[in-house]
Ligand binder design. Structure first.
Ligand SMILES: Cc1cc2nc3c(=O)[nH]c(=O)nc-3n(C[C@H](O)[C@H](O)[C@H](O)COP(=O)(O)OP(=O)(O)OC[C@H]3O[C@@H](n4cnc5c(N)ncnc54)[C@H](O)[C@@H]3O)c2cc1C
Length: 454
C-alpha cells in the first residue's frame, strides 16, 4: 500500500497527544517472566468483573484438544477445548477472565523498531517528566513500578487496537520520512475522514498495522506506555462441571479465526500446542463475578430450554455435565427436563456431538434438536424453535422452566429473540407488540437469560 496516495493537498492535523512520561533505566536485568506482569501492579489495579474472593493466578494448561477442525469450504473456525488447573470454586455458566500476552514476534519487532533490543530485559521504571505541563499526569496503573521494556510490551499494553486520530497525529512526530509524516497527519485530520473510514474502520488497520506501514516511525517507549490502552483480560465461559474431577480442573472452549486470529485466542493456541504434561505452559486466569446465567444444584429440579449457536454451546456442556454428575450423586432425586436447540455450520461443527447424543439416549436431554446453516432446512435455530412452537411455549410457560440463550454474536441473539417472539405470538395468539412485551417480562423475571459474547 502506498501511503502517499492517502495524503490530501490541504488538511489540518488533529491535536496530537503529548508525552508526559519518561523511561529511566536502572542497573540490572530481569529474566523475562511467563506470568502476567500486570500481577505485579498491586491492589490499585482492578481486573474487570473480578470476584473479590480470588486473585488472578497463573495456572497450568493440562490439555489442549481440537474439537472442530477449521474448514475453508464451509468457513468453519477451528474450535479448541483447554483443560486448565482450577484454583477456585465455580458453577457451570460462570466465566473466567484470561489475561492475554502479545505475540512474541510482534514484541520483538517492536523492540527492534524502538531500538531497544539491547535493553529489552533491562530494569526500568516510568517517571513523570520534570516540568510536566499536564496538571494531573499519572503513571499508568497497569505497568509495574519496576519492569522492563519487553514486559511492558508483552503484558501491559494493547498493540492491536483501533488508533484514534490524536494518536495518529502524535505518531507523525515520530517519523523522519516526509511521506509517512504526511500520511499520519493527514489521516488524523477532519478533511481525511473518508480515508480514516475506509482504512481504519472498514479495512480494520490497527495500531500495529500502521507501524508496519510506516517503517520509519519510531515512537518512544514512554509515549507508548502513556497512550496505548491497557491489555485487558477476555472473558470465557466455563464449559465443565466442578464435580467432574474433584474441582481440580476447569475447561474452556474457544474458537480461532483462520485469518488474523485475535490476541488471546492466538496466545492460547500457541500455549496449548507447546504445553506437555512434563512441561506444562501456564496462563493467567481469574474467576469473574457470577450472574443468573448458571446452573447449580438448586436448578436440578427445574426445566431448562438451552439455545446455542456455534461455540455458544460451551456453557451448556457445563450445565449438562453438572446435571449428570448431580444425578450420579443423588439418583433418588427428581430432576427437571432439559431441551437443547443447537445450530452450527455443519454436523461436524457441533461441539461434542456424540456426548450430546449419549445424553439424549439416557434422557438427561429430553429433547435435542440440531440444525446446520450449510445444510437443509431448517438451517437456523429460530426456525427449529418455530417448528416446535406449541410444545416449546407450553414448556416455557411452566413455572419451573428457564430459557437460556448463548450465542457468539449480538445479531444471532437478536434473531433468536425474534424467533421466540413469533412463537409466543402464534401459540398464545398475541400481537407482535404483546409478544415482545411478554419477552421483556420473561427477561425481567429471570425466566429468559442471555449470554452475549461479543
Ligand atoms: C461473557 C463472555 C463469555 C465469552 N465466552 C467465550 C467462550 O467461552 N469461548 C470463546 O471462544 N469466546 C468467548 N467470548 C469471547 C472472548 O472473550 C473473546 O472476545 C474472543 O475469544 C476473541 O478474543 P481475542 O483476544 O482472541 O481477540 P481480539 O484480539 O480481542 O479480537 C480482534 C478482533 O477479532 C475478532 N475475533 C477474534 N477471534 C474471534 C473469533 N473466534 N470469532 C469471531 N470473532 C473473533 C474480535 O471480534 C475482534 O473484533 C466470551 C465473551 C463474553 C463477553
Amino acid at each position: 500500500m502506498d501511503v502517499g496516495a492517502y495524503i490530501l493537498s490541504e488538511y489540518i492535523p488533529a491535536k496530537p497527544l503529548v508525552g508526559n512520561l519518561e523511561v529511566c533505566f536502572t542497573a540490572g536485568e530481569q529474566t523475562p517472566t511467563e506470568a502476567c506482569a500486570q500481577l505485579k501492579c498491586g491492589d490499585v489495579l482492578k481486573f474487570p468483573f473480578a470476584r473479590l474472593d480470588s486473585q488472578p493466578r497463573s495456572v497450568e494448561i493440562k490439555e489442549s484438544k481440537v474439537l472442530v477442525a477449521a474448514d475453508k469450504a464451509t468457513e468453519t473456525k477451528s474450535v479448541v477445548e483447554l483443560t486448565l488447573e482450577s484454583t477456585f470454586d465455580y458453577q457451570p455458566g460462570d466465566t473466567i477472565g484470561i489475561m492475554p500476552t502479545n505475540n512474541t514476534e510482534q514484541v520483538e519487532t517492536l523492540l527492534y523498531r524502538l531500538e531497544l533490543l539491547d535493553q529489552a530485559d533491562a530494569t526500568c521504571h516510568l517517571k513523570i517528566v520534570l516540568n510536566c505541563a499536564k496538571k494531573n499526569a499519572k503513571l499508568p496503573a497497569h505497568i509495574p513500578a519496576t519492569t522492563t521494556p519487553r514486559e511492558i510490551l508483552t503484558h501491559c499494553l494493547s498493540l492491536n487496537f483501533v488508533p484514534q486520530k490524536q494518536l495518529l497525529s502524535a505518531l507523525a512526530g515520530f517519523t523522519n520520512d516526509d511521506k509517512e509524516r504526511g500520511f499520519l497527519s493527514c489521516l488524523s485530520s477532519k478533511q481525511a475522514t473518508e480515508h480514516y473510514q475506509s482504512l481504519i474502520l472498514e479495512k480494520g488497520l490497527l495500531f500495529i498495522d500502521i507501524l508496519e506501514l510506516c517503517v520509519n516511525c519510531r515512537p518512544s517507549l514512554a509515549f507508548l506506555a502513556e497512550h496505548l490502552p491497557r491489555l485487558l483480560p477476555r472473558p470465557y465461559s466455563i464449559a465443565s462441571s466442578p464435580l467432574e474431577d474433584g474441582n481440580r480442573n476447569l475447561r474452556v472452549i474457544y474458537s480461532l479465526l483462520s485469518h488474523r486470529p485475535g490476541v488471546t485466542t492466538s496466545m492460547l493456541e500457541a500455549a496449548g500446542q507447546q504445553s506437555s504434561p512434563e512441561h506444562p505452559k501456564k496462563v493467567v486466569i481469574y474467576p469473574r463475578i457470577s450472574n443468573l446465567f448458571r446452573y447449580t444444584e438448586q436448578d436440578l429440579g427445574s426445566n431448562q430450554i438451552l439455545i446455542a449457536v456455534g461455540t455458544g454451546l460451551a456453557p451448556f456442556l457445563g450445565f449438562l455435565a453438572h446435571k449428570e454428575e448431580l444425578l450420579k450423586q443423588q439418583s433418588q432425586k427428581e430432576s427437571g427436563h432439559s431441551w437443547l436447540y443447537i445450530g452450527a455450520k455443519t454436523p461436524v461443527a457441533i461441539l461434542k456431538r456424540e456426548k450430546l447424543m449419549a445424553w439424549q439416549q439416557c434422557s438427561l436431554l429430553e429433547r435435542l434438536r440440531m440444525c446446520y446453516s450449510r445444510g437443509e432446512s431448517p438451517i437456523y435455530v429460530q426456525q427449529m424453535l418455530e417448528e416446535d412452537c406449541e410444545d416449546l411455549v407450553k414448556f416455557l410457560m411452566k413455572p419451573e422452566t428457564v430459557l437460556y440463550v448463548c450465542a457468539d454474536g449480538a445479531k444471532i441473539s437478536q434473531s433468536i429473540a425474534s424467533g421466540l417472539g413469533r412463537c409466543l405470538q402464534k401459540a398464545l395468539h398475541l400481537s407482535e407488540d404483546e409478544a415482545s412485551q411478554l419477552l421483556k417480562e420473561l427477561k425481567t423475571q429471570g425466566k429468559y437469560r442471555e449470554d452475549v459474547w461479543l
